[in-house]
Design a protein around this ligand. Structure first.
Ligand SMILES: NC(=O)c1ccc[n+]([C@@H]2O[C@H](COP(=O)([O-])OP(=O)(O)OC[C@H]3O[C@@H](n4cnc5c(N)ncnc54)[C@H](O)[C@@H]3O)[C@@H](O)[C@H]2O)c1
Length: 358
């Protein structure tokens, strides 16, 4: 196990629902530089059962009460999408750093308001785009930054599988639920186009931006048949790379996620696994210089714990943010909004890119 350091970030997790149970609570317990200081959930029976398993120092049913605790240093917002922005703003205004689940928000407007709050607070906000902490993708990024030279083209795909729940049920712990859990009004799955884009497209767009930088324009087409949705998105990047993104929910086969990227001094081919296997992507990096392919093992594929450790490091030591920041979160939401508009109009849609632009 990773040894606990002397100074550890005191983290409160808002929400004890599935994503907290599958990822964040264990990440806090395992992280070398963070502790699970508190859990907050509106459902008292759920809170009691989860607290019994993870033994935080404190429990809260009221979020404001958790934020009023002077010993709490940071919050992981692990609620449904609709509350990411308001709960993050509250935490920042209470002087806490924030690690918020993806997507950072559901509209460009609300994320702009969050950006104002981040800037006003001077606190760190990291978006839970945990794939950036997949060691395979980290190796790809290192090659891109150091050796790849100019990029030519990216093809990236994220195809959810019809068999995904059978697969995840087999490996995830049985989730604890309660009838008293707080849910946003309305059914987020009422509009499946929007729901799939926010839930899954946010990963695809962030991975594309992580690899190739700012997206400047999209032209998207959507096919809907037999209950499946397929977006093909022609993507322009600011660095001139040609892009093609494929978001399909769900393919009639195994989970299918990865990318290929061609560059001046080499190429990368990546296969990413369903995240709940905690297995690093298989990333084959071909170096033109010695005509050799390298692939890191990435033995530690706990992306969620690794993203928390990077977040805690930034908060505790002032280390530069390695995870997605508010500008990355905003850019992803902008790109997803542009994809939806392009599907609607059939036209190419520009994506505002300037950091700091409104
Ligand atoms: N990073 C990933 O790969 C990944 C995977 C799955 C889900 N997610 C994200 O996780 C989020 C969904 O998480 P979930 O399924 O656990 O959500 P959920 O809605 O099932 O559970 C959230 C919990 O938070 C509690 N809660 C909400 N607001 C509260 C408040 N103000 N005070 C106290 N308690 C409150 C609820 O009672 C509930 O128990 C989504 O944003 C989704 O995008 C991310």
């Amino acid at each position: 196990m990773i040894p606990k350091q002397a100074r550890r970030l005191r983290v409160g997790v808002l929400g004890a629902g599935p994503i907290a149970q599958y990822a964040h609570l264990e990440s806090c317990a395992k992280a070398g530089n963070a502790d699970l200081y508190a859990i907050c959930d509106a459902a008292p029976d759920l809170l009691a059962r989860i607290a019994a398993a993870y033994a935080p120092q404190k429990t809260f049913s009221d979020y404001d009460a958790m934020l009023a605790d002077p010993d709490l240093e940071a919050v992981i917002v692990a609620t449904s999408d609709a509350w990411h922005v308001p709960m993050s703003i509250k935490a920042l205004q209470a002087g806490k750093a924030v690690l918020c689940e993806k997507p950072i928000g559901t509209t460009v407007e609300e994320v702009l308001a969050l950006r104002d709050a981040v800037l006003a607070s001077g606190k760190i906000l990291q978006v839970g785009h945990m794939k950036r902490f997949d060691p395979g993708l980290e190796a790809a990024k290192e090659f891109i930054d150091r050796d790849m030279g100019q990029q030519l083209a990216l093809k990236a795909w994220y195809c959810d599988s019809t068999h995904r729940y059978t697969m995840t049920d087999a490996v995830q712990p049985l989730v604890v639920t309660s009838t008293q859990q707080r849910k946003p009004a309305g059914n987020p799955k009422a509009d499946l186009r929007r729901y799939f884009m926010l839930a899954h497209g946010s990963h695809l767009v962030d991975t594309a931006r992580f690899l190739c930088g700012e997206i400047t324009q999209v032209r998207a087409r959507l096919a809907e048949r037999y209950g499946a949705y397929c977006w093909f998105v022609e993507t322009d990047f600011a660095n001139g790379t040609l892009g093609h993104l494929d978001l399909t929910v769900a393919v009639r086969m195994d989970w299918h996620e990865g990318f290929q990227l061609y560059g001046e001094h080499g190429s990368i081919i990546a296969k990413t696994y369903n995240p709940w296997y905690y297995k690093s992507s298989d990333v084959e990096i071909f170096h033109e210089s010695d005509a050799t392919t390298r692939r890191v093992l990435g033995a530690d594929g706990h992306f969620f714990r690794r993203q928390l450790e990077a977040f805690a490091d930034s908060v505790l030591t002032g280390a530069p943010q390695r995870g997605a920041d508010i500008e990355d979160g905003l850019a992803s939401v902008r790109a997803m909004a542009a994809i939806a508009e392009s599907v609607r109009t059939g036209e190419a849609v520009a994506v505002p890119t300037m950091r700091g632009a409104v």
